[in-house]
Design a protein around this ligand. Structure first.
Ligand code: 13P
Length: 236
């Protein structure tokens, strides 16, 4: 399975930040993994236009479940597709926490992504207290059951332990491999499984070559071309 390295810029980036993506592409070797950047919504169209026909694909960070309507401030999957996106992240823990998104809401967004022709990247992951209580597989199992889109279609799953996001902490390689084996058992063979949470150039190689790890969802380190490129290299 070809690996996928996705950068999640979160709420970072203005039009001047497109230069960072250009610097990344200047470093890029074409035979490597698939590369996706999910910039803030304000940059999706500009980034997609700038890199049309190049190997860099663009994704959204969230979408509404409905294709259109009276939902002030929201963006539909169809709008992301129209802006040139190929992927959409749904169910990121920052949205589950900050916006109270339920598994059912995440599933509706994932299905909306498919409806619009986007590949949803569905995020799951346990909190620190859930891991300490030994409940990580129970929690992730419930999230998978409730938030994966139904029926056939493209799907990527990102395992992002909440306590590893932006903290510099990561699970042990054994713990990542165990969780990915568990998710593989639920999701089936054809699904790309990403790991996310403090992926850096220094740990990327160890993580990206674990069994059932088909790529990474990278936050902070995706904002710097050299760091993101080093992670892409580590996947090869
Ligand atoms: P960091 O790589 O900054 O820990 O963020 C991970 C993440 O949340 C990607 O979606």
């Amino acid at each position: 399975m070809r690996k996928l390295i996705a950068g999640n810029w979160k709420m970072n980036g203005v039009s001047a930040s497109l230069v960072e993506a250009e610097r990344l592409m200047a470093l890029f070797e074409f035979a490597g993994p698939e590369i996706v950047i999910c910039p803030p919504a304000t940059l999706v169209a500009a980034m997609a236009a700038r890199f049309r026909g190049s190997p860099l694909l663009v994704g959204g960070q969230d979408c509404h479940a409905q294709p259109s309507g009276a939902h002030t401030g929201d963006i539909s999957a169809e709008m992301l597709k129209d802006a040139g996106a190929s992927y959409v992240i749904v169910g990121h823990s920052e949205r589950r926490q900050d916006h109270g998104e339920s598994d059912a809401a995440v599933r509706a967004k994932a299905e909306a992504g498919r409806r619009a022709g986007l590949a949803p990247i569905v995020c799951v992951g346990e909190t620190e207290s859930e891991r300490r209580a030994g409940r990580e597989t129970e929690v992730v199992g419930r999230q998978l059951e409730g938030s994966l889109p139904r029926g056939p279609g493209p799907i990527v799953i990102a395992y992002e332990p909440v306590w590893a996001i932006g903290t510099g902490l990561t699970p042990t390689p054994e713990d990542i491999a165990a969780m990915h084996a568990f998710i593989r058992g639920r999701a089936g063979g054809g699904v790309r499984l990403l790991y996310g949470g403090s992926v850096k150039p220094t740990n990327a190689r160890d993580i990206l070559h674990l069994p059932e790890v088909n790529g990474a969802l990278v936050g902070g380190a995706s904002l710097k071309a050299e760091e993101f490129h080093a992670i892409v290299r580590a996947a090869m």
